[in-house]
Ligand binder design. Sequence first.
Ligand SMILES: CC(=O)SCCNC(=O)CCNC(=O)[C@H](O)C(C)(C)COP(=O)(O)OP(=O)(O)OC[C@H]1O[C@@H](n2cnc3c(N)ncnc32)[C@H](O)[C@@H]1OP(=O)(O)O
Ligand SMILES: CC(C)C(=O)C(=O)O
Length: 574
Amino acid sequence: MLTQPSSKYRAFPAIALRDRTWPDAQITQAPIWLSTDLRDGNQALIEPMDLARKLRMFDMLVKIGFKEIEVGFPASSQIEFDFVRQLIEEKRIPADVTIQVMTPARPELITRTVEALQGAPRAIVHIYNAVAPVWRKVVFGMSVPEVMTLVKEQVTHLKTLTDAQPGTEWVLQYSPETFSLAELDVSLQACETAIAAWGAGRDIILNLPTTVENATPNVFADQIEWMVRKFAGRPEVVVSVHPHNDRGTGTASAELALMAGAHRVEGCLFGNGERTGNLDIVNVALNMYVQGVSPQLDFSDIDAIRAEVEYCNQLPVPARHPYAGDLVYTSFSGSHQDAIKKAFAARQDADIWEIPYLPIDPKDLGRSYEAVIRVNSQSGKGGISYLLEEAYGLAMPRRLQIEFSQVVQRAMDTAGTEFTAKDLWQIFEREYQLCANHALAQYRVESGDSDEVRISGKLQWACQAVSIAGQGNGPIDAFVQAVSSAIGIPVRLLDYSEHAVAASDARGDKGANATAAAYIELRVGDSQSLYGVGMDSNSTQAAFRAVMSAVARSGAVASVQTAAPQAAAETAAA
Ligand SMILES: CC(=O)SCCNC(=O)CCNC(=O)[C@H](O)C(C)(C)COP(=O)(O)OP(=O)(O)OC[C@H]1O[C@@H](n2cnc3c(N)ncnc32)[C@H](O)[C@@H]1OP(=O)(O)O
Ligand SMILES: CC(C)C(=O)C(=O)O
């Protein structure tokens, strides 16, 4: 790497446009979109699309809502020519869609291009020639006047050919290729030359590319505003932009160009195209969508579109690709998950979308919320409890969430992999002994005249029958007291909550018939407080199970085996 890149590279100069207005502009409506997937995208593929793939791509572009589609470069090869013919002859082009084809400014290629379009109701012929200094000097060996002569002659040639086919409504698109690298007055002169040769007042698209990105997007915006001003008040002139992405700023270039007054944007789905790609139309369109502006393109089944594009291009769309990648709606990190979970809980259906870390509702693109939160070693209680709530209907109290996330963290440290909702459920079941052999064999709850409740019965606990008896100010309190005297250790009830669980949510073995989940926080002896969880079709029994779960987790269940018979006998005698 050079320590002094200035000895090899130089910055593109700023544009002298002091009264620029684009920084204050906003994008408030969709531009005319042109998909060039079948041309600029196709010409950049390792294996260009065959006819079948081209047709699938074309049909999908129509379905998405593109009204202008560049379908190829008919003079380049037989397959490109045949594809255009097939679209026209088989009447596959909907009435509200216009096809566009591209040709260099070379007479024999223009002639062949027009031949390909015979019988099309409406067509855009796209002629290009590079205008920037290096191309003039190295590629064409032409002076600026010679470049203008080329434009004049070739557009005139096109006009002659198209005038001879009046059954087609012809539109010229002229691209001063390498526009962003060229002197503005040279580009303007080339555009004016094309307009004059085509015929003043006739429809024309001036397509201004960053053929190779060469500056920050604000420079491109200045270049576009400069050009747009020159064509103000000429409704027959559509100013189009065609950004590439060499500096990774194709999207920004298109957006700033729209703010600078461009009417039309060319690009490819997911940014396929030469080198680092063309402008990603999905990206710009959905950026617009999340600003509340309809892009007039339908990406409501983004995964199907992505799969089709991957099939046609035989190139993958990366997992981090804006809006479409596999991982772009997934949060692994704890603080993101916590914020998302809270925002989902607070959200009402008609609310403006304000979910942290999720700029768009995945459902608007046909994605589900399932992948929004995924748990690995970077996750915290928010993500863990979100997954258990979504998949298993558990609404854990906050301190239980904290307690259980430490259990998960320990398991994660050992496993080092992602945990699914099912993995978490299995850890939860094991930790809170939901499948353990704790059961209330038989019991009786009596309430007398006072507020006191008495409970007596038999538990199946730690593989043995244990008699219990106790009293308290409610069934749960009475049960806690009964268990406390059974194990001979003071047990204090700190917190209790429960909720109904939808049958379909409770997927664990024990949960299959559960309609209630209970969470009980206890202090057993001098130990730290801890939670127990119980699930049962009966809510009181769910709470009793939760008490047994907490006591068993405290380790005090071992004392049941020695202390219980005696303690129970004493309680019973009293
Ligand atoms: C920015 C862009 O994306 S431009 C993309 C263009 N797309 C493609 O090139 C894909 C399809 N292209 C092809 O199939 C072929 O290149 C063809 C059929 C167009 C031409 O093939 P060939 O005649 O073999 O020529 P080749 O591709 O080498 O083109 C170079 C010649 O065209 C000239 N040329 C290049 N661009 C243009 C242009 N826009 N207008 C006029 N002449 C041009 C060059 O100066 C060179 O001329 P020279 O031979 O006198 O030096
Ligand atoms: C608009 C045309 C000429 C193009 O593909 C480009 O400049 O990248």
